[in-house]
Design a protein around this ligand. Sequence first.
Ligand code: SF4
Length: 329
Amino acid sequence: MADRKRVLSGMRPTGRLHLGNLHGALENWIRLQDQYECFYFVADWHALTTDYASPGNIGENSREMVLDWLSAGLDPRRSTIFVQSQIKEHAELYLLLAMITPLAWLERNPTYKEQQQQLEHKDLGTYGFLGYPVLQAADIIIYRANGVPVGKDQLPHIELTREIARRFNYLYKSEIFPEPDGLLTEAPVLPGLDGRKMSKSYGNCIFITDSGKDIAEKISRMMTDPQRVRRNDPGNPEVCPVFAYHKLYSSASEIEEIAHGCRSAGIGCVECKKILIRNVAARLAPVRERRAKFESDPDGLRDIIAAGNARAAREASATMELVRRAIGI
Ligand code: SF4
Protein backbone atom coordinates (compact mmCIF):
# COMPACT_ATOMS: atom_id res chain seq x y z
CA MET A 1 0.00 0.00 0.00
CA ALA A 2 2.74 2.44 1.03
CA ASP A 3 4.21 2.85 -2.46
CA ARG A 4 0.86 3.52 -4.04
CA LYS A 5 -0.17 7.06 -4.87
CA ARG A 6 -3.11 8.35 -2.91
CA VAL A 7 -6.42 9.59 -4.29
CA LEU A 8 -9.26 11.21 -2.44
CA SER A 9 -12.81 12.07 -3.36
CA GLY A 10 -16.06 12.92 -1.62
CA MET A 11 -19.78 13.10 -2.27
CA ARG A 12 -22.42 15.19 -0.62
CA PRO A 13 -24.86 13.00 1.29
CA THR A 14 -27.91 12.98 -0.94
CA GLY A 15 -29.26 9.66 0.33
CA ARG A 16 -29.86 6.84 -2.16
CA LEU A 17 -27.69 6.96 -5.25
CA HIS A 18 -29.00 6.77 -8.81
CA LEU A 19 -27.52 5.39 -12.01
CA GLY A 20 -26.13 8.83 -12.89
CA ASN A 21 -24.05 8.72 -9.69
CA LEU A 22 -23.04 5.12 -10.37
CA HIS A 23 -21.73 5.68 -13.89
CA GLY A 24 -20.65 9.30 -13.35
CA ALA A 25 -18.44 8.72 -10.30
CA LEU A 26 -18.81 5.55 -8.29
CA GLU A 27 -17.69 3.07 -10.95
CA ASN A 28 -14.55 5.12 -11.37
CA TRP A 29 -13.95 5.12 -7.61
CA ILE A 30 -14.26 1.34 -7.63
CA ARG A 31 -11.75 1.03 -10.49
CA LEU A 32 -9.26 3.34 -8.77
CA GLN A 33 -9.05 0.90 -5.85
CA ASP A 34 -6.91 -1.39 -8.04
CA GLN A 35 -4.29 1.25 -8.62
CA TYR A 36 -4.28 3.72 -5.75
CA GLU A 37 -4.58 4.04 -2.03
CA CYS A 38 -8.11 5.45 -1.85
CA PHE A 39 -9.80 7.78 0.62
CA TYR A 40 -13.53 8.34 0.05
CA PHE A 41 -15.60 10.55 2.28
CA VAL A 42 -19.12 11.72 2.95
CA ALA A 43 -18.96 15.50 2.48
CA ASP A 44 -21.60 16.32 5.08
CA TRP A 45 -20.24 19.76 6.00
CA HIS A 46 -20.29 20.65 2.32
CA ALA A 47 -23.99 19.87 2.18
CA LEU A 48 -24.49 22.79 4.61
CA THR A 49 -22.87 25.33 2.28
CA THR A 50 -26.03 25.36 0.16
CA ASP A 51 -28.59 23.65 2.44
CA TYR A 52 -27.81 25.26 5.79
CA ALA A 53 -31.42 26.45 6.14
CA SER A 54 -32.96 23.01 5.59
CA PRO A 55 -30.35 20.34 6.32
CA GLY A 56 -32.94 17.52 6.30
CA ASN A 57 -31.58 14.35 7.72
CA ILE A 58 -27.90 14.54 6.85
CA GLY A 59 -26.94 11.76 9.29
CA GLU A 60 -29.42 9.25 7.84
CA ASN A 61 -28.58 10.31 4.26
CA SER A 62 -24.90 9.75 4.98
CA ARG A 63 -25.57 6.23 6.20
CA GLU A 64 -27.74 5.45 3.18
CA MET A 65 -25.06 6.74 0.84
CA VAL A 66 -22.30 4.65 2.41
CA LEU A 67 -24.59 1.60 2.15
CA ASP A 68 -24.94 2.29 -1.57
CA TRP A 69 -21.16 2.74 -1.98
CA LEU A 70 -20.58 -0.65 -0.40
CA SER A 71 -23.41 -2.25 -2.37
CA ALA A 72 -21.95 -0.95 -5.62
CA GLY A 73 -18.57 -2.50 -4.79
CA LEU A 74 -16.41 -0.11 -2.76
CA ASP A 75 -14.29 -2.36 -0.62
CA PRO A 76 -13.59 -1.13 2.92
CA ARG A 77 -10.49 -3.35 3.08
CA ARG A 78 -8.97 -1.43 0.19
CA SER A 79 -10.52 2.03 0.67
CA THR A 80 -10.72 4.30 3.69
CA ILE A 81 -14.39 5.28 3.92
CA PHE A 82 -15.11 8.10 6.35
CA VAL A 83 -17.37 10.99 7.30
CA GLN A 84 -15.94 14.51 6.97
CA SER A 85 -17.62 15.97 10.07
CA GLN A 86 -16.11 13.23 12.25
CA ILE A 87 -12.58 14.39 11.48
CA LYS A 88 -12.41 17.77 13.20
CA GLU A 89 -8.92 18.43 11.83
CA HIS A 90 -10.56 19.37 8.50
CA ALA A 91 -12.09 22.38 10.27
CA GLU A 92 -8.78 23.38 11.85
CA LEU A 93 -6.92 23.25 8.55
CA TYR A 94 -9.80 25.07 6.84
CA LEU A 95 -9.41 27.91 9.35
CA LEU A 96 -5.65 28.12 8.85
CA LEU A 97 -5.94 28.02 5.06
CA ALA A 98 -8.64 30.73 5.21
CA MET A 99 -6.01 33.01 6.77
CA ILE A 100 -3.71 32.70 3.75
CA THR A 101 -6.20 32.54 0.87
CA PRO A 102 -6.65 35.86 -0.95
CA LEU A 103 -10.29 36.85 -1.32
CA ALA A 104 -9.80 37.47 -5.05
CA TRP A 105 -8.99 33.78 -5.61
CA LEU A 106 -12.42 32.85 -4.26
CA GLU A 107 -14.33 35.59 -6.00
CA ARG A 108 -13.00 34.55 -9.39
CA ASN A 109 -14.13 30.94 -8.87
CA PRO A 110 -16.43 30.36 -11.88
CA THR A 111 -18.88 28.11 -10.00
CA TYR A 112 -19.41 30.73 -7.29
CA LYS A 113 -21.46 33.11 -9.45
CA GLU A 114 -22.95 30.32 -11.56
CA GLN A 115 -24.34 28.45 -8.58
CA GLN A 116 -25.61 31.62 -6.97
CA GLN A 117 -27.63 32.23 -10.13
CA GLN A 118 -28.78 28.63 -10.48
CA LEU A 119 -29.86 28.41 -6.85
CA GLU A 120 -31.31 31.90 -6.67
CA HIS A 121 -34.14 30.71 -4.40
CA LYS A 122 -31.49 30.21 -1.70
CA ASP A 123 -29.50 32.97 -0.05
CA LEU A 124 -25.95 32.00 -0.91
CA GLY A 125 -24.40 35.34 0.00
CA THR A 126 -22.74 33.61 2.93
CA TYR A 127 -19.17 33.40 4.11
CA GLY A 128 -19.37 29.58 4.08
CA PHE A 129 -20.50 29.43 0.47
CA LEU A 130 -17.77 31.78 -0.76
CA GLY A 131 -15.22 29.81 1.24
CA TYR A 132 -16.24 26.26 0.36
CA PRO A 133 -13.35 25.79 -2.10
CA VAL A 134 -11.02 26.42 0.86
CA LEU A 135 -12.78 23.68 2.82
CA GLN A 136 -12.42 21.47 -0.25
CA ALA A 137 -8.70 22.27 -0.40
CA ALA A 138 -8.38 21.35 3.30
CA ASP A 139 -10.25 18.05 2.68
CA ILE A 140 -7.78 17.11 -0.02
CA ILE A 141 -4.43 18.28 1.26
CA ILE A 142 -4.93 17.15 4.84
CA TYR A 143 -4.45 13.61 3.46
CA ARG A 144 -1.61 14.81 1.25
CA ALA A 145 -3.47 13.26 -1.68
CA ASN A 146 -1.68 13.04 -5.02
CA GLY A 147 -4.79 12.91 -7.17
CA VAL A 148 -8.46 13.76 -7.17
CA PRO A 149 -10.82 12.15 -9.69
CA VAL A 150 -12.81 14.96 -11.29
CA GLY A 151 -14.91 15.97 -14.25
CA LYS A 152 -13.71 18.85 -16.45
CA ASP A 153 -15.96 21.39 -14.69
CA GLN A 154 -14.16 20.82 -11.39
CA LEU A 155 -10.64 21.43 -12.69
CA PRO A 156 -10.64 25.09 -11.54
CA HIS A 157 -11.22 23.87 -7.97
CA ILE A 158 -8.23 21.56 -8.16
CA GLU A 159 -6.17 24.42 -9.54
CA LEU A 160 -7.21 26.53 -6.57
CA THR A 161 -6.27 23.70 -4.19
CA ARG A 162 -2.84 23.54 -5.83
CA GLU A 163 -2.40 27.30 -5.43
CA ILE A 164 -3.37 27.18 -1.78
CA ALA A 165 -1.00 24.25 -1.09
CA ARG A 166 1.81 26.08 -2.89
CA ARG A 167 1.16 29.28 -0.93
CA PHE A 168 1.21 27.43 2.38
CA ASN A 169 4.47 25.67 1.53
CA TYR A 170 6.00 28.98 0.41
CA LEU A 171 4.85 31.07 3.38
CA TYR A 172 5.89 28.56 6.02
CA LYS A 173 8.95 27.22 4.24
CA SER A 174 7.63 23.71 4.31
CA GLU A 175 7.08 20.86 1.92
CA ILE A 176 4.16 19.40 3.75
CA PHE A 177 1.64 19.51 0.96
CA PRO A 178 2.04 17.89 -2.45
CA GLU A 179 0.07 19.66 -5.18
CA PRO A 180 -2.69 17.23 -6.16
CA ASP A 181 -3.46 16.46 -9.79
CA GLY A 182 -6.97 16.31 -11.18
CA LEU A 183 -7.50 12.81 -12.58
CA LEU A 184 -9.77 13.54 -15.51
CA THR A 185 -12.30 10.82 -16.20
CA GLU A 186 -14.60 10.52 -19.16
CA ALA A 187 -17.84 9.39 -17.62
CA PRO A 188 -20.85 8.47 -19.73
CA VAL A 189 -23.74 10.87 -19.24
CA LEU A 190 -26.92 8.95 -18.59
CA PRO A 191 -30.18 10.83 -19.12
CA GLY A 192 -33.08 10.57 -16.70
CA LEU A 193 -36.40 8.90 -17.52
CA ASP A 194 -37.67 12.10 -19.17
CA GLY A 195 -34.51 12.73 -21.20
CA ARG A 196 -33.24 15.55 -18.92
CA LYS A 197 -30.19 15.16 -16.69
CA MET A 198 -30.84 12.51 -14.04
CA SER A 199 -31.56 14.31 -10.80
CA LYS A 200 -33.58 13.66 -7.67
CA SER A 201 -35.11 17.11 -7.94
CA TYR A 202 -36.58 16.18 -11.34
CA GLY A 203 -37.99 12.87 -10.05
CA ASN A 204 -36.55 11.08 -13.10
CA CYS A 205 -34.10 8.65 -11.48
CA ILE A 206 -33.50 4.94 -11.47
CA PHE A 207 -31.85 4.15 -8.13
CA ILE A 208 -29.04 1.63 -7.96
CA THR A 209 -31.01 -0.45 -5.47
CA ASP A 210 -34.40 -0.26 -7.22
CA SER A 211 -36.24 -3.60 -7.29
CA GLY A 212 -36.77 -5.50 -10.54
CA LYS A 213 -40.40 -4.33 -10.42
CA ASP A 214 -39.40 -0.66 -10.01
CA ILE A 215 -36.91 -0.95 -12.86
CA ALA A 216 -39.55 -2.46 -15.18
CA GLU A 217 -42.13 0.16 -14.25
CA LYS A 218 -39.70 3.08 -14.72
CA ILE A 219 -38.20 1.93 -18.02
CA SER A 220 -41.71 1.21 -19.40
CA ARG A 221 -42.64 4.86 -19.01
CA MET A 222 -39.29 6.18 -20.21
CA MET A 223 -39.25 8.74 -22.99
CA THR A 224 -38.33 7.49 -26.50
CA ASP A 225 -37.59 9.21 -29.82
CA PRO A 226 -40.46 11.74 -29.91
CA GLN A 227 -40.63 11.53 -33.73
CA ARG A 228 -41.46 7.83 -33.54
CA VAL A 229 -45.17 8.09 -32.92
CA ARG A 230 -46.46 4.84 -34.46
CA ARG A 231 -44.95 1.37 -34.47
CA ASN A 232 -44.33 1.64 -38.22
CA ASP A 233 -42.43 4.95 -37.99
CA PRO A 234 -38.69 4.52 -38.26
CA GLY A 235 -36.84 6.00 -35.26
CA ASN A 236 -33.48 7.57 -34.50
CA PRO A 237 -31.78 5.71 -31.64
CA GLU A 238 -29.22 8.48 -31.16
CA VAL A 239 -31.86 10.87 -29.81
CA CYS A 240 -33.56 8.22 -27.67
CA PRO A 241 -32.74 7.99 -23.93
CA VAL A 242 -33.55 4.26 -23.98
CA PHE A 243 -30.77 3.70 -26.48
CA ALA A 244 -28.31 5.64 -24.30
CA TYR A 245 -28.97 2.97 -21.66
CA HIS A 246 -28.58 0.13 -24.14
CA LYS A 247 -25.09 1.43 -24.89
CA LEU A 248 -24.19 0.81 -21.25
CA TYR A 249 -26.24 -2.24 -20.39
CA SER A 250 -26.62 -4.34 -23.54
CA SER A 251 -24.23 -6.52 -25.50
CA ALA A 252 -22.57 -5.28 -28.70
CA SER A 253 -24.77 -7.52 -30.85
CA GLU A 254 -27.96 -6.37 -29.08
CA ILE A 255 -26.95 -2.74 -29.55
CA GLU A 256 -26.37 -3.28 -33.24
CA GLU A 257 -29.65 -5.13 -33.73
CA ILE A 258 -31.62 -2.47 -31.83
CA ALA A 259 -30.02 0.43 -33.71
CA HIS A 260 -30.83 -1.22 -37.02
CA GLY A 261 -34.29 -2.37 -35.91
CA CYS A 262 -35.16 1.12 -34.65
CA ARG A 263 -34.09 2.83 -37.86
CA SER A 264 -36.00 0.36 -40.03
CA ALA A 265 -39.04 0.10 -37.72
CA GLY A 266 -38.20 -3.58 -37.38
CA ILE A 267 -38.43 -3.43 -33.59
CA GLY A 268 -41.06 -1.68 -31.50
CA CYS A 269 -40.30 0.47 -28.47
CA VAL A 270 -42.07 -1.93 -26.12
CA GLU A 271 -39.89 -4.81 -27.25
CA CYS A 272 -36.77 -2.64 -27.16
CA LYS A 273 -37.54 -1.62 -23.59
CA LYS A 274 -38.14 -5.24 -22.54
CA ILE A 275 -34.58 -6.10 -23.55
CA LEU A 276 -33.29 -3.13 -21.58
CA ILE A 277 -35.36 -4.00 -18.49
CA ARG A 278 -33.90 -7.50 -18.50
CA ASN A 279 -30.31 -6.24 -18.85
CA VAL A 280 -30.54 -3.45 -16.26
CA ALA A 281 -32.23 -5.77 -13.75
CA ALA A 282 -29.54 -8.44 -14.27
CA ARG A 283 -26.72 -5.91 -13.79
CA LEU A 284 -28.21 -4.40 -10.64
CA ALA A 285 -29.24 -7.69 -8.98
CA PRO A 286 -25.84 -8.23 -7.28
CA VAL A 287 -25.90 -4.62 -6.03
CA ARG A 288 -29.27 -5.24 -4.38
CA GLU A 289 -28.05 -8.51 -2.90
CA ARG A 290 -25.02 -6.83 -1.35
CA ARG A 291 -27.22 -4.05 -0.04
CA ALA A 292 -29.51 -6.59 1.67
CA LYS A 293 -26.47 -8.18 3.29
CA PHE A 294 -25.11 -4.88 4.64
CA GLU A 295 -28.57 -3.75 5.76
CA SER A 296 -29.02 -6.92 7.79
CA ASP A 297 -25.87 -6.10 9.76
CA PRO A 298 -26.10 -2.52 11.11
CA ASP A 299 -23.26 -3.15 13.59
CA GLY A 300 -21.01 -4.22 10.72
CA LEU A 301 -21.78 -0.99 8.86
CA ARG A 302 -21.10 1.06 11.98
CA ASP A 303 -17.77 -0.74 12.39
CA ILE A 304 -16.76 -0.08 8.77
CA ILE A 305 -17.43 3.66 9.15
CA ALA A 306 -15.76 3.78 12.57
CA ALA A 307 -12.65 2.03 11.23
CA GLY A 308 -12.52 4.42 8.26
CA ASN A 309 -12.94 7.43 10.56
CA ALA A 310 -10.16 6.17 12.82
CA ARG A 311 -7.77 5.65 9.93
CA ALA A 312 -8.60 9.08 8.43
CA ALA A 313 -8.19 10.72 11.85
CA ARG A 314 -4.71 9.22 12.25
CA GLU A 315 -3.61 10.62 8.89
CA ALA A 316 -5.24 14.02 9.46
CA SER A 317 -3.81 14.42 12.92
CA ALA A 318 -0.29 13.53 11.72
CA THR A 319 -0.58 16.24 9.04
CA MET A 320 -1.85 18.80 11.55
CA GLU A 321 1.14 18.15 13.82
CA LEU A 322 3.40 19.16 10.92
CA VAL A 323 1.21 22.14 10.04
CA ARG A 324 1.21 23.55 13.57
CA ARG A 325 4.94 23.07 13.82
CA ALA A 326 5.51 24.83 10.46
CA ILE A 327 3.41 27.84 11.55
CA GLY A 328 4.88 27.78 15.05
CA ILE A 329 1.69 27.42 17.09
S1 SF4 B 1 -36.96 1.29 -30.63
FE1 SF4 B 1 -35.76 1.61 -28.81
S2 SF4 B 1 -34.15 3.02 -29.43
FE2 SF4 B 1 -35.78 3.15 -30.98
S3 SF4 B 1 -37.08 4.84 -30.32
FE3 SF4 B 1 -37.96 2.94 -29.50
S4 SF4 B 1 -37.09 2.77 -27.46
FE4 SF4 B 1 -35.84 4.23 -28.59
